[in-house]
Design a protein around this ligand. Structure first.
Ligand code: HEC
Ligand code: HEC
Ligand code: HEC
Length: 459
């Protein structure tokens, strides 16, 4: 039976028996924030049945033939967004996630939810004009309160992408952190510094598919950029480090990266350097320790923010900063839903998403299976996190090749094509890809007031 026909059947069963009765009898782990009461009511009444775990499916979901369709929508809906979880996180005194907010805005602006074929047969499930306005206003207010950097012009203040701004830092700690970031003594055989894999002249990466650690060892995941990583929700592709300081504790003791066995061993090498020890103790009176070393490195990384890209200048009011093609590329970037995941001031880094959201990426013939393919599940052990990755930030993207966690993609055009096929589910035509790539190049900013060094990726 065709999908639509099944829907019609489901719809008529519903209409005949429960005309006008609300979507589902079950009440999920209902969000409860007074601030967003109106929004909660819309979600519970019109969205949660397909977007929330533990929500009872409508009674007709048990009817053979209908069951499969409804289960598929439920599964796809839940994979696209678990609304219940998003609201719960908000209740725990955190703002609603920035990427989830952008997704909500996108489905309302593009009028895709509830799905048309569903709304067609299910009276009263469509959003009213008032409800749409309420959701859009809530998105705007939440963004303004928690995510807008305040640097954009008034007209562009509610864009899903925001101008990136510098962070407050302790300059003394930064100076010592910079030295340590470049210090090979952090590695077991004194051959490799953090900057060996995160080079300033290579967009904060090593521009290799997989990084080479000490003793010619290779990992199985591409090194993300350290530029702007201070704005990531968490660190690493799987989010196993909460912040930069915790992250900086990883590589030195990772056997296939810098390979030291203990911090004592590292500290012994550093202590032998009297000048550095004196300088360090001036900033950190308690002296060498893993805690202090990682604190200094993290402080330095907070200065690796790259503002003043043409795109930032445009957001801040310079109308000539973007070419006509780049402007059109940005419009398409939003239209093709890219900005639902690559969001905010770092154009990513705010959420975890399925790399196989819309199609199976991992069984492609040319793929070599990798342990890193499991994504966030490697850290959380939750099967629902299989193939989920922290969304990379797209700032300076022309410098941070090759692309994807598996480092298999070398051109920007190919990245955009893959995103269309596997993440947004809409194939992006070549002409649109070209424009999006032109826009992506406008995201290259300045490090310490100078344009980034290095050779940009090919189209
Ligand atoms: C009949 C089930 C169903 C209902 C009801 C429903 N959705 Fe969806 N939703 C889906 C499915 C299936 C997807 C997967 C994407 C698609 O259809 O393209 C999805 C995707 C989404 C996404 C992710 C963006 C995307 O395009 O993938 C958001 C956000 C969303 N829905 C919000 C809502 C909101 C808000 C409501 C209530 C107004 C709602 N949905 C009602 C089934 C549903
Ligand atoms: C052998 C190469 C190598 C060295 C040396 C190295 N890194 Fe990395 N770095 C990587 C790889 C590969 C990843 C991704 C690992 C993952 O996500 O599982 C990464 C991830 C990161 C991230 C997370 C970025 C993000 O977007 O999640 C930061 C920050 C970082 N490294 C900083 C450092 C610092 C600080 C040091 C020195 C203490 C360092 N790295 C040393 C290769 C390296
Ligand atoms: C549903 C969320 C989502 C959407 C929508 C999305 N992306 Fe992505 N994007 C990701 C994730 C997750 C990755 C990393 C996947 C991986 O490495 O396995 C990624 C990776 C990328 C990369 C490579 C970045 C790097 O450093 O490796 C580029 C470029 C990119 N996306 C651009 C786009 C464009 C352009 C669009 C719109 C056509 C888009 N994305 C839509 C989530 C998304």
């Amino acid at each position: 039976m065709k999908r639509n026909a099944r829907y019609l059947l489901a719809g008529s069963v519903l209409l005949l028996t429960f005309l006008g009765v609300s979507l589902s009898s079950g009440v999920a782990k209902e969000p409860n924030t007074t601030k967003t009461k109106a929004i909660n009511d819309i979600m519970v009444g019109k969205c949660m049945s397909c977007h929330s775990q533990g929500y009872d499916l409508p009674f007709y979901a048990a009817i053979p033939g209908i069951k499969e369709v409804i289960e598929k929508d439920y599964r796809d809906g839940l994979r696209a967004m678990d609304i219940s979880t998003e609201f719960q996180t908000e209740t725990a005194n955190q703002p609603f996630n920035e990427a989830a907010l952008a997704k909500m805005e996108w489905v309302i602006l593009n009028d895709t939810m509830p799905p048309a074929k569903f709304a067609m047969v299910h009276w009263g499930s469509k959003l009213t004009v008032q409800e749409r306005d309420d959701i859009l206003k809530w998105v705007k207010d939440t963004r303004a309160e928690h995510y807008a950097t305040g640097a954009a012009t008034k007209e562009l203040a509610n864009e899903p992408l925001q101008p990136i701004v510098a962070m407050d830092v302790d300059e003394q700690k930064v100076a010592i952190g910079k030295i340590l970031f470049d210090d090979k003594r952090l590695s077991a055989d004194s051959t490799l510094a953090c900057s060996g894999c995160h080079a300033m002249e290579k967009g904060g990466t090593d521009q290799q598919q997989f990084s080479e650690g000490i003793k010619e060892q290779f990992g199985d995941v591409n090194a993300p950029t350290v530029f702007n990583s201070a704005y990531n929700v968490e660190q690493f592709w799987d989010g196993r480090s909460a912040d930069l300081q915790e992250q900086a504790g990883g590589p030195p003791l990772n056997p296939i990266e810098m390979g030291s066995k203990t911090w004592d061993e590292i500290i012994e090498r550093l202590t032998a350097d009297e000048d550095l020890t004196t300088a360090f103790t001036e900033v950190y009176p308690s002296g060498w320790s893993a805690e202090n070393i990682t604190n200094a490195i993290a402080e330095f990384e907070k200065t690796l923010i790259t503002p003043n890209s043409p795109f930032d200048k445009w957001l801040m009011g310079d109308e000539s900063a973007l070419t006509k093609n780049q402007l059109e590329g940005y419009r398409l970037f939003k239209l093709y839903r890219c900005s639902s995941c690559h969001v905010g001031q770092s154009v990513g880094g705010q959420s975890y998403e399925y790399m196989d959201l819309k199609a199976d990426y991992f069984t492609l013939e040319e793929k070599t299976p990798l342990n890193s393919d499991k994504g966030r599940m490697n850290f959380t052990k939750d099967p629902n996190d299989m193939h989920k990755f922290k969304v990379p930030n797209l700032r300076n993207i022309e410098h941070t090749y090759p692309y994807m966690h598996d480092g298999t993609v070398t051109s920007l055009d190919e990245s955009v094509r893959i995103m269309g096929d596997y993440l947004t589910g809409i194939a992006v035509p070549k002409k649109a890809r070209d424009l999006i790539v032109e826009f992506l190049r406008s995201l290259s900013g300045e490090l310490n007031g100078k344009p980034l060094e290095g050779t940009p990726a090919p189209n």
